[in-house]
Design a binder for this molecule. Sequence first.
Ligand SMILES: *Cc1c(COP(=O)(O)O)cnc(C)c1O
Length: 350
Amino acid sequence: MQQYVRKNIQEMTGYTPGEQPQAGKFVKLNTNENPYPPSPAVGRAIREVLERGLSRYPDPTATAFRIRAAEVLAVEPDWILCGNGSDDILTIVTRAFIAEGQTLRSAYPSYILYRTLAEIQGATFESMPFHPDWSLPASFADMRDDVRLAVLVNPNSPSGTMVPPDVVATLAARLNCPLLVDEAYADFADTNCLPIVRQHPNVMVVRTMSKSYALAGLRFGFLVAQPTVIQQLLKVKDSYNCDALSIAGATAAIDDQPWLQDNRSKILATRDRLTESLQSMGFAVQPSQANFVWCQHADQPSRPLYEALKAQRVLVRYMDYPDWGDGLRITVGTDEQTDALLAILQSILK
Ligand SMILES: *Cc1c(COP(=O)(O)O)cnc(C)c1O
């Protein structure tokens, strides 16, 4: 059978998500999940749908969500495309814009799923290294005919750093192809690129309910782009890509903006404390605009630190980027989780 599988699929490695231990008690700081429960309105909305039953197909375009989200984001509902997590949106976008032999451009190091998505298309993945200060090289906007999609994770993972919106706007004006700005962490940042979507028709912004709304298990994400783009992408998506429970839950979540603001302030306060504590232990820590920090210790290599933490049931993400270097990406947890991490690190380092 294997021989009948498309050659590019046979040759690719496939994406490996961060560890999701299903048993045992870990302090889990490896996949940037929100440590707090979501808005209580989410559970209520989902229970209401369950009581009405699941025998009918859901709304194919999640209209209720788009109406509420449009108000919150100051766009119109036809500027929004919903997906089964933002990963579904990324799949729709790559399928719509990139054919075999063409190129997807990304910065490096960044979200590695984009390589997988390019490889599924039989396309080339081109990664352009960030400068040491995590600014983009000017060559990111150099055009070639084969480059059909540029992707910028902003704030970036693993660095937590941000390319300022005015720089992104300049980039968009120079790029002769669509620019997808992955704003999975934008709710934790000081600014975002949503306003750019109006001025630059080639810009699309993708968001997720997984991180800032504490709904990684629900699977809901969305894209904001000009309506002419959304209309094309609607042809590519699965008919019922979002289920009735996730539409109801996501709508209730985005409706509860006071919950978001409260959660955000807690995470940002803990992020500051985590950053300072790690620095005082000898780590170089990138100032973060997200719900995680990227760090390296001055004289302890990262991998043994990751392993020592794991042995003590604290999971962080060890990242090793060929030709670039490695480090630890640590999610901002609750204060208790952060204290546990810091205490164990303290004992490992002394
Ligand atoms: C977590 C993450 C996503 C995926 O979010 P889902 O909505 O859970 O699929 C997308 N992009 C980046 C950069 C992420 O870190």
